[in-house]
Write a protein that binds this ligand. Sequence first.
Ligand code: FES
Ligand SMILES: [Fe+2]
Length: 422
Amino acid sequence: MPASRFRVDENILSEVAQTRARLLESQHLPGWFYTSPELFEHEIDTIFMKEWLCVGRLEEFPNAGDYAAIRIAGEPLLICRGNSGEMNAFRNVCRHRGVEVASGEGNLAKFTCPYHAWVYDLEGNLMGAPHVKEVKSFDAGNCSLPRVRLDDWGGYIFVNFDPDCQDLGDYLDEDDIRDFAAFLQPENTRLSHKFVVDVPCNWKFVPENLMDMYHVGVIHKESFGGHFPVANFRFNLKKHGYNATYESYTMAPKGVTLFGTMPWLRGKVEELFACTTWIRPTMNIFGRHDLIQPWVAHPIDEKTTRVTIYTQLPEEYFDTPGFDEKNKIYGDFIEQVATEDLAMLESLQNGVGSRAFEPGPTVKLERAIHHLQNYYLDRLMQNDDTARARRQDDCRDALAEAKASHGEARDGGYSKSFQAAE
Ligand code: FES
Ligand SMILES: [Fe+2]
């Protein structure tokens, strides 16, 4: 596939200089960053074909032959559990003329291309193809579905389209994800609810909105934002992303848990415990005392994004009396909260597309958005030296600010107390 022809030139550099500036001197990205089809093509090459992307939970594929065919930024992808029990990912592109060999999700013993019936096994090998005997030097061994790298952490399945990418563990460790999230034990939880919705907005607005602590007490005031002490909010900036521990109601009506604290957090956290971290480029994980709730965004085109919200609860809850009723209340609640966000995402997209839009200033509660937008510019420009210097500035500023507002005693917050308790 040809690389995009988008180039970062002097004009673009001067246009984003204000986003590159330090937080309280900076502005949000120009509107065309969220609307340009040419830029979107460049993002696919520089971000979505390079980074690890979450595509689901292991428990969604319990048996050999369980599969899902999805598209990320237009690229067809087939994920399935093979006969040996291993998870596989392939380009969902037939080696004959390119038709997607599988669609939707379900369980199959083999994949038969719907166009001319080439048949592939669960390892992507071509098992048979009609009328190819007479084709000169036809080599079925050379017609496997191209493999896509797949790995998992915490029960989450990740893929990477770049065969030369770094290992998933190293990738996550660059932002301390595994360290930070270990106490939540996502591997001991199970998917209890999944909400999938196509949102008419650019993909970047989704993670930006989820790390925007400025809006929570406004649009979510009636749902979960009624207790959200922003003065104590501290962003721990990492190389690309961030994490934070803070206070908030859990994601249930009136902030009242129906399940109680997850067994491994009992005695370790309060009911108002909340935490979040971001896995570049499009996965925001939220933890509460009683659940884990990641949001994943996959771009469809420059103005449309598929958002999937997973809710996970401890495995042992699923067989307890009344589970289904309680689970439905949780499911309905997150869909309500999501609707509050989705309305803003759609409106953001409309607004930045206006000829009247001029990017406004960033405030302290948008520190993580500023950091994300700069990670994003780093990836587009692939200028590591500038990026490194800027990240160091960002992290120094965040730490100085945290020390000024909380003092040394609280430095490290919950994550440090967990490590000490283990
Ligand atoms: S395109 Fe798949 S068999 Fe022809
Ligand atoms: Fe929100």
